[in-house]
Design a binder for this molecule. Sequence first.
Ligand code: GLU
Length: 448
Amino acid sequence: MTEPSQTVVTRFAPSPTGRLHVGNIRTALHNWLLAKRHGGRFLLRIDDTDAARSKEEHVEAIRADLNWLGLIPESEVRQSQRFALYETRFAELVAAGRIYPCYETAQELDLRRKVLLGRGLPPIYDRAALNLTEAERAEKEAAGTAPHWRFLLDHDTPITWEDGIRGTQHFDARQMSDPVIRRADGSWLYMFPSAIDDVDMAVTDVLRGEDHVSNTATQVQMFAALGATAPRFAHAALLTGAEGKLSKRLGSLGVEDLRAEGIEPEALVALLARLGTSDPVDAALDADALAASFDLSRFGRAPARFDEAELARVNATVVHHLPFARVAHLLPAGMGEAAWEAIRPNLSHIGEAAEWWQVITGPVTPPAFDDETRAFLNQAATVAAGLDWGADPWSALTTSLKEATGRKGKALFLPLRQALTAMDHGPDMKTLLPLIDKHEAVARLVQD
Ligand code: GLU
């Protein structure tokens, strides 16, 4: 697919009009994975041509979210700093007749659309502005009507591209309206600057959601008009909620919410890298391994279901394998590597470590036991007091009590666990008990 001589360059191009949500995080990840897969470059482009809706706080949040996810761009460009380039390319295409001024009002256009729809015709712009004479244009301008600008689609060249996910795509320019690329106030719509930038940034691959397919059809002609080869395109099927519908929650669910729920970036990356592909989600794979196996041919055309319950499961598995060094700063003060390794198989998120640290350090409030169990626990306290805590005290304790009392299985283990941890289940006692201070453990066993 990729010629070895050509460095793969991908970009993530969010508009900073809000926080990133799961859908665009997935797009960012796909672009990062593809670049990584081919030893290429992943760039961040802030599409902030819309000054009214773009906010600096969102730019910062986007950077922070990418950073949290570990999707570090090699460099960042901002469209708001590139207007001079857009003006130049605009002027060239106006001179070449590929961009033309239009003077219709929104109401006029709306009316024409309705008339066409009423006749059962597609609401395609009729290019009336192309037929204006110089004198008519001058008259409009003199009357104070500033033009908006459309890109003239080439009706004679079929639009086609080999989509990395959807296969061969065909569009007929005659069935499409010439897109407005610039508003009457001079501001840019997203499509033209994006094509200019993709050329200028030498982007080789554009991966985005299938809501952009028709934009791509238009942009394919823009690349040609700019005298450039279009990048390769691939459009991923959109995400749906667990119910199979495009859910409102999914459209707003972002890093902040997921972090608050204790979701780790590794889990989100593991799930989103494989969602919608024929490869299974595998919590054991880190970002580099996911990049090594990233393959567009694995993507399906059906919408991919994003299930928060599945994310929670992946997250738990991820947490069970996180090394101490990765989590140390998130753990309660004093909690060391042995404690982390003992408790991590029982966590669904790192925050729960505090509960188990409390169990280790105490105090704990065990349930009330019946007389027979109390006698057994007092016996256990005596045995425990005589044990070497450095040498597997749990095995020594249970072996000794088994012999002395004939208890086994649940009757042997459960009262001990309950007295020592005040819980019915939890980490393996063999690893947990040595972490509880010996005197504390003996005291927990003693029943007055
Ligand atoms: N700023 C556009 C968006 O967020 C970029 C789309 C693209 O070309 O990837 O939809």
